[in-house]
Structure formats: structure tokens, C-alpha cells
Design a protein around this ligand. Structure first.
Ligand SMILES: [Fe+2]
Length: 150
């Protein structure tokens, strides 16, 4: 009983994460365009590639679990991306815009990182552990890109 409930929560969290990462894939090209510095644009493009990788990994996990990836809207990511839209609508000078975009990107990355650590996945046991592992392998890429931006 408890196992099923935790498993349900885990799948629900994965669906939320899938929606979050998919939204990010759609949003990042616009952020790359808004960036003035070449270094920042490259970092955003790299983040986009990594996020595409996360979406693919999540699809794999859903396949393995025999579940559908759809059915949830991530209100958290929607809010963070809305703030990003507001920044891009501002009439900032190039340098200020870049600083604001970096700040927005940090919010996104913080959210992504924490969201990938669902405790239900640790307790549900069985095949889903493989899913956690599969998804977790993407996190290192993200840390690498963060390091580059600093
Ligand atoms: Fe969410």
C-alpha cells in the first residue's frame, strides 16, 4: 500500500519534472537570443542541449515504468519562466540584461536541481531506482555548465 502510494507520488513528480524541462527547452532559445555576451549565449545554448538530454532521459524512464510522461503542468517552472519573460521585456542596456538573465538562469537551475531529488524515488524501490540513476547522470552536465559560467 505504502509502496504504491510512494510510487504514485514518484511518477507524479516525474511528470511535473518532465513538464518543467519541456517548457525550459521551449524557453531557452529566446534567452540565448536576448543575451549579448558570447560567453553567456554559449552557456545558455549548452544548457539547452543538456535540458534536451534530460527530457530524453525522462522519456526513457517513463518507457521503463510503462507510464505516460504527460498530464501535469509545472506551476513552479511556469512562474520562474514568466519572470524570465518579464526580464526580457525590460529595456535594459546589454550588460544589465545579461546580469538579469544570469540571475534568472540561476533560479531555473536551482529549481531543476532540487526538483530532481524526489524522496519518493528513494523509498519506492525496485526498477524506479534505475530511473533515478538514469536521470541523475544528467545532473553532472549541469554542474559543469554552471562552473563555466562563473
Ligand atoms: Fe512543478
Amino acid at each position: 500500500m505504502q509502496h504504491n502510494a510512494l510510487m504514485e507520488l514518484y511518477v507524479d513528480e516525474l511528470k511535473d519534472l518532465y513538464d518543467a524541462e519541456s517548457r525550459l527547452v521551449k524557453a531557452l532559445p529566446k534567452v540565448a537570443k536576448a543575451a549579448s555576451s558570447e560567453k553567456l549565449r554559449t552557456a545558455v545554448e549548452e544548457h539547452l542541449e543538456q535540458t534536451r538530454g534530460h527530457v530524453d532521459r525522462l522519456k526513457e524512464i517513463f518507457d521503463n515504468l510503462g507510464e505516460k510522461a504527460t498530464g501535469k503542468k509545472c506551476a513552479g517552472m511556469m512562474g520562474i519562466l514568466k519572470e524570465g519573460e518579464e526580464i526580457m521585456d525590460e529595456d535594459f542596456e546589454a550588460e544589465v540584461m545579461d546580469a538579469a538573465l544570469i540571475s534568472a538562469a540561476q533560479r531555473v537551475e536551482h529549481y531543476e536541481r532540487k526538483r530532481s531529488q524526489c524522496p519518493a524515488g528513494q523509498d519506492a524501490g525496485g526498477g524506479e531506482r534505475d530511473g533515478r540513476k538514469t536521470y541523475a547522470t544528467g545532473r553532472g552536465d549541469q554542474r559543469a555548465s554552471q562552473g563555466k559560467r562563473k
